[in-house]
Design a protein around this ligand. Structure first.
Ligand code: FAD
Length: 378
């Protein structure tokens, strides 16, 4: 498949990520899914490659990749092992929250260790009853001298079971709705955060998400930004996260497309190659067109982001289209394989299951439509 324009990409980085995907992630992707093995077993290798810090500026110890190279890398990683892509994306949500919301001291203290993988991160916004509408969250942070006392429950928090640092969003002013939310960087070693079992999920079975029970005393110095600025930090973080999810969707769709393309060239029904069937040819044509359209929307969002302009509208369009596209493409790729596509001997059913959540997390398709419509009518 095509990549973004060459002038936007660091080809040396992409070549080394491609080699890493081939030699480290690919051989284990099917077993990771089958055994629901948390992809933290790849942490050392990912850290050595610099992948855990691809989003962190070089002055804070990261690779400081531009958006195009970073997101092209995420497409490759997710196309190889979507569970690993999701685990890395969730870690980025934590380090991006520090990058966008933290002060200089906090960035210097935490970002280098998060970039090197020494501190593994999680991002805790969602609560039971407050997923699509974070302003209705009930987790509170009450000031107590030089600490805050954070109490509440979060759920579906990726990485949390193994995370060293969790960015927890909580209300410092319960009467102020979204403007009462503040962000805190919570160090697990200080206690007060308990995680349950990983949620059993239909896809991304190697990217574990957990419920959190929080009753923690957190130093006031670990508040990211002023009181009441948490939702702004979360939304800025999610803008970056949504193009990331869009490109992870593109990566899964491209992997499914390539598998189906190869199958069409080699599989026969009786004496006839299935590539002679016009119905399947058209499926392949639609798949390629769908993927190219999703890439176009991602590129539009990336170009605006690279100019340091606001790109929420474009990020939502990219996420909405690419995540829905990944559902269509993985389904067609499975269909092209006939009964084989339905078996776990081939990766099609894994691609279809992994793609499904892209329409749900970091804002459902319905919420992306709300964001797009709001900006169209503003
Ligand atoms: C595998 C996985 C990993 C996750 N990882 C994280 C994580 O690391 N951190 C984190 O904070 N969260 C995480 N989440 C949570 C995820 O972001 C939420 O599940 C998602 O935002 C939807 O929220 P909800 O599940 O509460 O659904 P709800 O908000 O209850 O929505 C239910 C339905 O109502 C629709 N709906 C809601 N509001 C509206 C509206 N205003 N207009 C139209 N339709 C609406 C939704 O689209 C959906 O169809 C994860 C979820 C999963 C499944």
């Amino acid at each position: 498949m095509t990549r973004f324009p060459a002038e936007l990409l660091d080809s040396a980085v992409l070549d080394s990520i491609a080699e890493f995907c081939k030699s480290v992630l690919a051989p284990e992707a099917a077993a990771t899914d089958r055994l629901a093995r948390f992809t933290t077993h790849h942490m050392k290798a990912l850290s050595e490659m610099g992948i855990m810090g691809m989003n962190v500026p070089s002055e804070y110890g990261g690779m400081g990749l531009d958006a195009a190279t970073l997101l092209e890398s995420m497409a490759m990683i997710s196309g190889t092992c979507a569970s690993t892509g999701s685990m890395v994306s969730a870690h980025f949500l934590a380090s991006d929250s520090v990058k966008f919301g933290g002060n200089e001291e906090q960035k210097k203290k935490y970002l280098p260790k998060m970039a090197s993988g020494e501190l593994f991160g999680a991002f805790a916004l969602t609560e039971p009853g407050a997923g699509s509408d974070p302003a209705s969250m009930t987790t509170t942070a009450t000031r107590d001298g030089d600490h805050y006392h954070i109490r509440g429950t979060k759920h579906f928090i990726s990485n949390a079971g193994a995370a060293d640092v969790i960015v927890i969003y909580a209300k410092t002013d319960t009467a102020a709705g979204g403007k009462g939310i503040s962000a805190f960087l919570v160090e697990r070693k200080n206690g007060g955060v308990i995680t349950g079992q990983a949620e059993p999920t239909m896809g991304l079975r190697g990217a574990h998400a957990f419920e959190l029970s929080i009753d923690a005393k957190v130093p006031a110095a670990n508040r990211l930004g002023d009181e009441g600025t948490g939702l702004r930090t979360a939304l800025k973080t999610l803008d970056a996260g949504r193009i990331d999810i869009a490109m992870c969707s593109v990566g899964i769709a491209e992997a499914a497309f390539r598998t189906a393309q190869e199958w069409m060239k080699t599989h026969r029904v009786g004496k006839t190659s299935i590539s002679d069937f016009q119905g399947l040819q058209w499926m392949l044509a639609d798949m390629a067109t769908d993927i190219a359209a999703a890439r176009g929307l991602c590129l539009e969002a990336i170009r605006i982001r690279m100019k340091n302009e606001r790109y929420s509208h474009e990020a939502s369009m990219a996420k909405l289209f690419a995540s829905e596209m990944a559902g269509r493409v993985t389904d067609k790729a499975l269909q092209i394989h006939g009964g084989y596509g339905f078996t776990s001997a081939y990766p099609l059913e894994r691609y279809a299951r992994d793609a499904r959540v892209m329409r749900i997390y970091e804002g459902t398709s319905e919420i992306q439509r709300n964001i797009i419509a709001r900006s169209l009518l503003a």
